[in-house]
Write a protein that binds this ligand. Structure first.
Ligand code: AHM
Ligand code: MG
Length: 336
């Protein structure tokens, strides 16, 4: 039925979320309004990313400047767009962005109950060669009536209400979970609407792909080294896994979600906490993985149980298919 060439009943992301929220009588539409502002940010960034190459060629970027200026601009631009869209939604109180050292506390007149943590343009080092990049976000809610403080966002990932990412790739895809499964929407540029294209995404229980920056192998710990060795030289008679690594978290996680397998950014001697940020990279992706039936692990614990102490804190991460993550968990349990 989904192959119908002339679909006339389009499930837009707005309609989908309104439907979902109507199951919660206490919901007053605030979440749908917040989400529509996030969606606006994603559409804007999508357009900007698509124009990035052209802007360079045609000199639309503004000041003549050293190499790297373009990508930096896109980062900053995306951040500004999201901050403004989120503040103007009237539904947020605290915003944490990868781009900003400090959290943004929304002025009382524009305040709402949601806290949004996000990376407006992740993987931006990939812009100049046209590789997929993305926006990642997570949403918390503060308890009624109290003055927002940083503690409201220094919460374990399991307290998130919703999480998602938007990938600016061959098409623009928004993957969202509000805590009851994972759904994927693709931007129809002619409509300017995200349409449900990937209902109820479930990650395969076991995958055939591993995804890691092996250039760091020299500095890995025992369990990570052993795990990757097993991917290449399995001892249980199974076939070796394929290696896929884009170096853009949204794209690597998106492939992992759809095809199965494991994505890891482990600790190493140089970076004992890995590279990826807890609040707006590790948590949203872990939330989505669990909601899709997969797992996410830090090398010590379930990623979503982690309680961050700082907003830009990092953590090692192993996420993906249930069975594949189970294997790395066993290696950490036995070796340390
Ligand atoms: P960024 O926030 O500076 O763009 O870095 C995050 C990116 C992720 O998208 C990706 O998973 C990772 O860095 C890749 O790191 P590396 O180049 O060390 O493999
Ligand atoms: Mg990032």
């Amino acid at each position: 039925h989904s192959a119908d060439a002339h679909r006339t009943d389009l499930m837009t992301i707005t309609r989908f979320v309104l439907n979902e929220q109507s199951k919660h009588p206490e919901s007053r539409g605030d979440f749908s309004i917040l989400l529509s502002h996030i969606v606006l940010g994603c559409k804007f960034v999508c357009t900007a990313v698509n124009k990035a190459g052209l802007a360079k060629l045609l000199g639309l970027a503004g000041e003549t400047n050293v190499q790297g200026e373009d990508q930096k601009k896109l980062d900053v631009l995306s951040n500004e767009v999201f901050i403004k869209a989120l503040v103007s939604s009237g539904r947020t109180c605290i915003l944490v962005s990868e781009e900003d050292e400090e959290a943004t506390f929304v002025e009382p007149a524009k305040r709402g109950k949601y806290c949004v943590v996000f990376d407006p343009l992740d993987g931006s080092s990939n812009i100049d060669c046209g590789v997929s990049i993305g926006t990642i976000f997570g949403i918390y809610m503060i308890k009624d009536g109290h003055e927002p403080t940083l503690d409201d966002v220094l919460q374990p990932g399991k307290n998130m209400l919703a999480a998602g990412y938007c990938m600016y790739g061959s098409s623009c895809t928004l993957v969202l979970s509000t805590g009851s499964g994972v759904n994927g929407f693709t931007l129809d540029p002619s409509l300017g609407e995200f349409i449900l294209t990937h209902p109820d995404i479930k990650i395969p229980k076991k995958g055939k792909i591993y995804s890691v920056n092996e250039g760091n192998a020299k500095n890995w710990d025992g369990p990570t080294t052993k795990y990757v060795q097993n991917c290449k030289y399995p001892t249980d008679g199974s076939s070796p896994k394929s290696l896929r690594y884009i170096g853009s978290m949204v794209a690597d996680v998106h492939r992992t979600l759809l095809y199965g397998g494991i994505f890891l950014y482990p600790a190493d001697k140089k970076s004992p906490n890995g590279k990826l940020r807890v609040l707006y990279e590790v948590f949203p992706m872990s939330f989505l993985m669990e909601q899709a039936g997969g797992q996410s692990f830090t090398g010590k614990q379930r990623a979503l149980d982690l309680v961050p102490k700082k907003i830009h804190e990092r953590a090692p991460i192993f996420l993906g298919s249930y069975d594949d993550v189970e294997e790395i968990k066993k290696l950490y349990a036995t070796e340390e």
